[in-house]
Write a protein that binds this ligand. Structure first.
Ligand code: DC
Length: 214
């Protein structure tokens, strides 16, 4: 019997710590890791740099010709990219162009993949599917703490308000799009992380994975 490569799908809301979790899981399980949001971010960055729109034919060409070298770019998590990326991710031809790339990535050795539609569309037969959530306020506070160099900043609440509204807007756009919307797969296990540290989320996820693979 040929063993299927092990696929762990980590889907969930924006800024919920999927990347941190998926990277640690990949480390612990000895699997390759792919942050699939990066693919949409590279397309968005190149589209913006070329003055293109999400539905332009040349933007689809960018998606069809992505180069792995671009995944390491340092300018993919800017506010400009954050604001435009949901519109890019809603384009059917762009999703189609990125689908094969994601499947090929995991075909040989398996993978831990984080995204929005891994368990529903990219790998509906993944052996383990986790859907990670946390309230928008907690996600915004965590994100602010990552970036601030002054935790006592008097404008703290205003900054967190702004981050929170951006996260809510992105979740809404990702959940309401017609193609591959953000939603848990029917067989996904939902992990609510409001009260959990990153370490506790990792331990919980490892326990779930072990149980599923038994
Ligand atoms: O995870 P992230 O914030 O880097 O994702 C960037 C955007 O890409 C986000 O708005 C949703 C979209 N995305 C998607 O539609 N499907 C994926 N598998 C991953 C990301």
């Amino acid at each position: 019997m040929i063993n299927k490569p092990l696929i762990i799908a980590i889907d969930g809301l924006s800024g919920v710590g999927k990347g941190t979790l998926a990277r640690s899981l990949a480390d612990r399980l000895g699997l390759p890791y792919l942050d699939t949001g990066i693919l949409y971010r590279v397309v968005t960055r190149k589209m913006l740099d070329s003055g293109l729109k999400p539905d332009d034919a040349d933007t689809i060409k960018i998606a069809e010709n992505l180069d792995e070298k671009d995944w390491q770019r340092s300018d993919l998590r800017t506010p400009k990219v954050d604001r435009a990326v949901s519109q890019v991710a809603a384009q059917i031809p762009i999703r189609r162009a990125l689908l094969d790339m994601q499947r090929r990535f995991a075909a040989k050795k398996g993978a831990v993949m984080d995204g929005r539609d891994i368990g529903t569309v990219i790998f509906p037969s993944a052996q383990v599917k986790l859907f990670i959530t946390a309230s928008s306020r907690i996600r915004a506070e965590r994100r602010w703490l990552q970036y601030t160099d002054n935790p006592q900043d008097p404008t703290r609440e205003d900054q967190i308000d702004k981050i929170e509204s951006d996260l809510i807007a992105r979740d809404e756009a990702d959940s309401k799009r017609a193609v591959a919307p953000l939603r848990p797969a029917e067989d996904a296990i939902i992990l609510q992380t409001d009260k959990l540290s990153a370490e506790a989320v990792l331990e919980e996820a490892l326990t779930i994975i072990k149980k599923r693979l038994k």
